[in-house]
Ligand binder design. Structure first.
Ligand code: 5GP
Length: 192
């Protein structure tokens, strides 16, 4: 079930640009509407209630506020975000994997310290957008490397036409999206 308040907001303020990119800087990716973010958190939390989630995993930077909102709605579960740069404070062992970025047309290595993913964990992967699924797939690889389980993947906006959700579902993952976009053409956004 789509989240109506979110869809209304995308219709009002979202801008379709280029080859299938949606810009939602006014409430999600640059300026943040925290009340809407908390609603998003409650909605995603509800979809994964009963899945015995122990920890939330996302990737910096725009996944972080979403993951924190989900955490608040799930009794303050720990949030871990994969880092895209290798800070010199990350001296201990890490799990890492390469991820292609569609919006930036680059490949980046994402990494998480080994001490924050345990084999006993059931991880909920959270992100703002699901496009080709590169980022979410990369996060599932980090979870697998740690011997932990993926409880599911929750995203705010899915662009179905880019195929990421299909790929993740085929791989056996439970995927939940609050708004699903069928197409973006000439700035026109069509929802499912
Ligand atoms: P994927 O890895 O699924 O191809 O893309 C997901 C990542 O790329 C998300 O973490 C998000 O930051 C970024 N992304 C993909 N498509 C869009 C888009 O249309 N708009 C914005 N703002 N970010 C996007």
């Amino acid at each position: 079930m789509p989240m109506e308040a979110l869809i209304e907001r995308i219709v009002r303020e979202g801008q379709g640009i280029g080859r299938g990119v949606l810009k939602v800087d006014s409430f999600l990716n640059h300026q943040i509407d925290v009340a809407l973010m908390d609603e998003i958190g409650r909605e995603l939390a509800g979809r994964f209630a009963g899945h015995s989630v122990t920890k939330i995993l996302t990737v910096e930077s725009s996944g972080i506020p979403v993951a924190c909102a989900v955490s608040r709605a799930m009794g303050y579960l720990p949030v871990v975000f994969a880092k895209k740069a290798a800070p010199n404070t990350m001296v201990e062992g890490v799990y890492s994997t390469d991820v292609k970025s569609f919006t930036k047309e680059t490949v980046s290595t994402i990494r998480v310290s080994r001490k924050y993913l345990q084999p006993t964990d059931r991880i909920l992967i959270i992100d703002d957008f699901l496009a080709y699924g590169e980022s979410a797939m990369g996060l599932t690889r980090l979870v697998k490397n740690a011997g932990a389980a993926v409880a599911g993947i929750g995203v705010v906006i899915e662009k179905q036409f880019q195929g990421g959700s299909g790929k993740l579902k085929e791989a056996g993952y439970l995927v939940e999206s609050l708004a699903v976009i069928r197409s973006i053409t000439d700035g026109n956004i069509e929802f499912i």
